[in-house]
Design a protein around this ligand. Structure first.
Ligand code: DUC
Ligand code: ZN
Ligand code: ZN
Length: 472
C-alpha cells in the first residue's frame, strides 16, 4: 500500500521565502507531505539536480479574444494553455472581454464555453469592462465579483475600449464597494491619436512608428492620472505592463505615500527595445505591442522596479497574432499604416526562462524572488493563495520541475503555441522547465506532452489578499 500517489524525490524545493532539500509527497490533487524518507508512492519522480518550484502563474494572457474585423488571435484556450504548460505554468488568467452593449454575464458564459474541456492548465478570468451602463456597474459587475471574478481591467486608450475619467471613477467605485481589484492599461488615447495622425501625414507608416506614436509621456501621464483617480476613490489599483522609468516612478511615489498602487512588468520591457523594430519594415510588426518596448535605460528602470519591489508581478502579456497570415500582423487590404497592426506579442511559454536566466542567473534577483514574481505574488494578488502559488502541505500540487543548468537558444521550433514566431528568437537562456504538474497530474513530462485538453479546469477566486510581500 502506497503512502502517496507520487513522491518527487531529491530535488531542491524553492518557495517565495525558502529554499530547502526535500521530497514532496502528493496525494490526489494536493501536496500531502514535505520531508525526507516519505515512504512509498505509486510513482517516484527523480528530481536530483533539479529545482522543484510552484508552477508559474501568468496573470496576464489573452486567448481567443475577438479582434477588429478580419483579425484573429493566434491562440485559443487549447493552444494557449498547451504553450503555458510547456513554459512551466500551471495556471493562467486570461481576460473575458466585454464589447460595448454586451451583457457581462453573457460574456463570461461565452468565455467559459471557449475554455471548458480545452485547457491543459488551470484558468481563471479577469473581466474587461468597456460598457459602464447602470445595468453593468449596478447589477452585473457586483454579482460577478461575488461569484469569484474578482479583478477587472479598464483601458485608457483604444477605440471602443477607452473609458473617460468619469467612467474610470465609476468602475473604481464598484471595485471599492465589492473589494475587487482594478487593473489599468495606462496610455493617453488622445495623445496617441494626435501623434498617429501626424506620423501618417508625414508618411511614417511602417510598423516601427507604432513605438513613436506612444512615447513615454503618453504612458506616464495616464499612469499618474489613473493613480490620482484611484486615490480619489480610495481603491487599490494594479498598473499593468509598465515599460519605463517615468511610469515606474509614478507608482513608486504613490507607494511611498501609502497608496495601494501595484505594478506589473513583462519580459518585453526587460529584454527588447524599440531598436528591435527598426529597419525591419513589415517584420517590425512582430514587436508591435502596447506599451512598446523602449530603450536600455527603460530596461534598467524595469529591473530596478523588480529589485525594489515597486513591481510585484512579472507577467507575459501573451497576446499572439501570427506574422505570416492575413488575419494576423499584416496590414489589412487597402490599409497601409502601423495603426492597423494588432497590438500584442506572444510570450506565455518564454516568460519564466527569461526571468530565471536574466534575473537569477545574472544575480539580479534571488531564486525566492523569482518564485514570488512568477507565481506566489500572482496567487496573492488575485485571490488564489495559498491554494495556488506555493509548495506547502494542503496546497494544490501545481509544480514545475526546473533544470537550472539547461542552456537553450529560444526559437520558434522549441515552442508549442499556435503563433508562427517568437519575438525572442535567438535569445540565449540558462534554465528550462522540464516537467509541469497540475493538481497532481503531469501535463508535460520530460518536455513531452502527456496531458490532454480538460486537464486544466476553471478556478474561482477569492478577493485579493494584498499580502504581497515587498521582496527587498
Ligand atoms: N494591452 C494588453 O494588455 N495586451 C495586448 C495589447 C494591449 O494593449
Ligand atoms: Zn493593456
Ligand atoms: Zn494584455
Amino acid at each position: 500500500m502506497s503512502d502517496f500517489d507520487t513522491i518527487i524525490r531529491g530535488g531542491t524545493v524553492a518557495t517565495a521565502s525558502d529554499t530547502f532539500q526535500c521530497d514532496v509527497g502528493i496525494s490526489g490533487a494536493k501536496i500531502a507531505a514535505l520531508g525526507s524518507d516519505l515512504g512509498y508512492a505509486a510513482e517516484i519522480v527523480d528530481a536530483k539536480g533539479k529545482l522543484v518550484l510552484p508552477g508559474g502563474i501568468d496573470s496576464h494572457v489573452h486567448f481567443s479574444q475577438p479582434m477588429a474585423p478580419g483579425i484573429v488571435m493566434a491562440d485559443d484556450f487549447a493552444s494557449g494553455t498547451r504553450a503555458a504548460a510547456f513554459g512551466g505554468n500551471t495556471l493562467v488568467l486570461p481576460f473575458a472581454l466585454q464589447q460595448k452593449g454586451e451583457s457581462l454575464r453573457e460574456v463570461v458564459k461565452q468565455y467559459h464555453a471557449k475554455a471548458d474541456g480545452r485547457c491543459y492548465v488551470d484558468v481563471s478570468f479577469h473581466l474587461i469592462i468597456t460598457d459602464t451602463s447602470e445595468r453593468v456597474l449596478g447589477q452585473e459587475l457586483p454579482a460577478l465579483v461575488g461569484d469569484g471574478y474578482t479583478s477587472f481591467k479598464v483601458f485608457m486608450t483604444y477605440e471602443g475600449m477607452a473609458l473617460s475619467d468619469l467612467e474610470l471613477l465609476n468602475v473604481m467605485a464598484v471595485a471599492r464597494e465589492t473589494g475587487a481589484l482594478v487593473m489599468v492599461h495606462a496610455e493617453n488615447f488622445d495623445a496617441i491619436r494626435f501623434l498617429t495622425d501626424r506620423l501618417e501625414r508625414a508618411g511614417k507608416t511602417a510598423p516601427q512608428y507604432h513605438a513613436t506614436s506612444r512615447p513615454i509621456p503618453v504612458e506616464r501621464e495616464a499612469t499618474h492620472r489613473a493613480i490620482a483617480l484611484a486615490e480619489l476613490v480610495d481603491v487599490p489599483v494594479m498598473i499593468v505592463h509598465v515599460s519605463n522609468r517615468e511610469a515606474m516612478e509614478e507608482i513608486r511615489r504613490a507607494q511611498i505615500r501609502g497608496l495601494k498602487v501595484y505594478g506589473e512588468t513583462c519580459p518585453q520591457y526587460l529584454v527588447l527595445t524599440e531598436k528591435d523594430m527598426q529597419g525591419l519594415n513589415m517584420e517590425g510588426a512582430k514587436y508591435v505591442c502596447s506599451p512598446p518596448p523602449r530603450d536600455e535605460a527603460s530596461q534598467q528602470a524595469c529591473w530596478e522596479g523588480i529589485q525594489q519591489g515597486v513591481f510585484s508581478l512579472f507577467s507575459s502579456d501573451h497576446c499572439p497574432f501570427r506574422y505570416d497570415d492575413p488575419q494576423g500582423k499584416a496590414f489589412p487590404k487597402g490599409r497601409t499604416s502601423f495603426r492597423w497592426v494588432p497590438n500584442g506579442i506572444p510570450g506565455v511559454d518564454t516568460r519564466l526562462q527569461i526571468l530565471f536566466s536574466e534575473g537569477v542567473g545574472k544575480g539580479r534577483i534571488t531564486l525566492n524572488e523569482f518564485v514570488a514574481f512568477t507565481s506566489t505574488n500572482h496567487a496573492k494578488t488575485y485571490g488564489l493563495y495559498p491554494k495556488k502559488g506555493t509548495i506547502a502541505v494542503g496546497s494544490d500540487a501545481d509544480i514545475v520541475i526546473w533544470d537550472p543548468q539547461q542552456e537553450r537558444t529560444i526559437s520558434q521550433k522549441l515552442l508549442h503555441g499556435a503563433c508562427d514566431y517568437t519575438p525572442y528568437e535567438g535569445f540565449k537562456v540558462k534554465g528550462w522547465p522540464v516537467s509541469t504538474m497540475v493538481r497532481g497530474k503531469f501535463v508535460v513530462r520530460d518536455e513531452k506532452l502527456v496531458g490532454k485538453p480538460g486537464d486544466g479546469v476553471y478556478v474561482s477566486r477569492g478577493k485579493s489578499s494584498f499580502a504581497v510581500s515587498r521582496t527587498r
